[in-house]
Design a protein around this ligand. Structure first.
Ligand code: FE
Length: 183
């Protein structure tokens, strides 16, 4: 029995139909596609759960969407990471917190990466601080879940396909319960 699974499923049910910022899929579609990509690559339970929940900050009560419309970054990754930290360990919360910085990192180190981003993602990049400088790159590469954050970022960038058939949230219930910390 997981109260937390029910809480998350309820969030997607009640708030997940909102558009994924600037893209042609909903928050729920984006989350489920991200998780399906992670699962398809054989990611760990923790990383599949991180992929599923990486944008949960947009679904809980926070003003980040409204702020983005005003040209201010609401830091949904920090809001989501903090919310998840009472339920999961760093193997889930670190990649969630770092998925925006992973974009800033990839834009700095991989010239082809930026060309593959959607226009909404390039717009938000500037609000998020733009590509990393050398010092930020070195610090980011030293993070314990650096590689997971990069993997999550690439699924995040791809999980925007309208109408794609993917498993529903209950498909991830067992994985979520497996990595959940006791409350
Ligand atoms: Fe995302």
């Amino acid at each position: 029995m997981s109260k937390f699974y029910e809480e998350i499923a309820e969030l997607f049910r009640t708030r997940g139909d909102a558009a994924y910022h600037g893209e042609a899929v909903s928050q729920t579609e984006h989350a489920l596609q991200s998780a399906a990509l992670a699962e398809g690559e054989g990611a760990s339970d923790a990383l599949v759960v991180a992929a599923l929940l990486h944008d949960i900050g947009h679904l809980i009560d926070d003003p980040s969407e409204e702020l983005a419309g005003q040209g201010i970054d609401g830091r949904h990754e920090a809001v989501g990471g903090a919310w998840l930290a009472s339920r999961f360990g760093p193997e889930v919360t670190d990649p969630v917190r770092d998925h925006v910085d992973a974009k800033r990192y990839l834009c700095a180190v991989d010239p082809s990466y930026r060309g593959g981003l959607s226009s909404a993602s390039i717009l938000s990049l500037n609000l998020q601080g733009g590509p990393m400088n050398d010092e930020e790159i070195a610090r980011f590469e030293a993070f314990p879940h650096f590689h997971d954050a990069i993997r999550l970022r690439k699924w995040d960038d791809t999980a925007k396909i309208p109408g794609l058939a993917v498993p529903a949230i209950d498909h991830y219930r067992a994985r979520l319960i497996a990595v959940e910390s006791p409350r």
